[in-house]
Design a protein around this ligand. Structure first.
Ligand code: C2E
Ligand code: CA
Ligand code: CA
Ligand code: CA
Length: 272
């Protein structure tokens, strides 16, 4: 390796410390965030590719901190996970999403699904299934209106145990969505053993639709999902071009900025 001078090393060290300091600041503020009502849920619609009607909404957490401003979940979810706080915050998310699902499901003939993201730490928690049951009971939501988004990587650790929990959840009537499909390590063999209803194609495959090499992959994922009886959602759809290709591949549902960014509950409620 080339000698790159002392300053470089110092610079690296300094930025590491800054990262750590920043993380600790966030961590401290996060401890009070829930009780201070600093979290809100935004909702992003998923529409039927063919009828263009709304199929459901994904709940996405937002943190508006008096100290740090608007903080992206990419910056704080992992801190909540490392500290275990995600368990309490996750329950809050689920409860609020259930209440929202009740509000938007005014017409029984037209079901709208609300899905929430579940962290591996939540899933692995001993009380997870019980907590879900309790919240379903207390909010009086029909479980058929709820979806749980779980990533492949979340399942891989203690696979058997997690699969068992998913079966229990599904027995309650909720839907299981495999999120970010294609980015993890799961083999087709695993896919067969997972109790899932919907497969969500990761945005990276949608981005690759712009290149010729990327197209066959997305097309194959849709066909694969259909062959085992799953619905497919494409996430992160931003252009008409991508939409048209996905429609050609018969991808069932579309989510992305092309349709709408995630928006606050009040704005979503105006649609109903
Ligand atoms: P995710 O579950 O893969 O969610 C999709 C992310 O892509 C969201 O980012 C969404 O706002 C963004 N997105 C949607 N459509 C487009 C698009 O067309 N273009 C682009 N560039 N982005 C798009 P967000 O809201 O910042 O969330 C990031 C991640 O944080 C989520 O990724 C999820 O893993 C996690 N997350 C968010 N809310 C929760 C939550 O309530 N609980 C847990 N455990 N994780 C959450
Ligand atoms: Ca998701
Ligand atoms: Ca996703
Ligand atoms: Ca993704």
């Amino acid at each position: 390796a080339k000698y790159e001078g002392k300053n470089r090393y110092r610079f690296f060290e300094k930025s590491m410390n800054e990262d750590l300091a920043q993380k600790m600041l966030l961590q401290n503020s996060l401890r009070n965030a829930l009780e201070r009502n600093e979290f809100v849920l935004y909702y992003q619609p998923e529409v039927d590719t063919f009828s263009k009607s709304i199929y459901g909404f994904e709940a996405l957490i937002r943190w508006i901190s008096p100290e740090h401003g608007f903080v992206s979940p990419l910056k704080f979810i992992h801190i909540l996970e490392e500290t275990g706080m995600i368990v309490e915050v996750g329950k809050w998310v689920f409860k609020n999403a259930c209440e929202f699902a009740r509000k938007i499901n005014i017409d029984e003939a037209n079901r709208i699904i609300v899905s929430i993201n579940v962290s591996p730490i939540q899933l692995m928690h001993n009380d997870f299934v019980e907590d879900v049951k309790d919240i379903i009971a207390s909010t009086e939501i029909s479980p058929e209106l709820i979806g749980f988004e779980i990533t492949e990587t979340a399942l891989m650790e203690s696979f058997a145990e997690n699969i068992d929990k998913l079966y229990k959840l599904r027995a309650l009537g909720v839907m299981i969505i495999l999120d970010d499909f294609g980015t993890g390590y799961s083999s087709l063999n695993y896919l067969r053993k997972m109790p899932i209803d919907i497969l969500k194609i990761d945005k990276s495959f949608v981005d690759d639709l712009n290149s010729e090499e990327g197209k066959p992959l997305a097309e194959s994922i849709v066909a694969l999902a259909h062959s085992i009886g799953l619905k497919v959602v494409a996430e992160g759809v931003e252009t008409e071009d991508q939409f048209n290709i996905l429609q050609k591949y018969k991808c069932d549902l579309i989510q992305g900025y092309l349709i709408s960014k995630p928006v606050p509950q009040e704005e979503t409620l105006k649609l109903f």
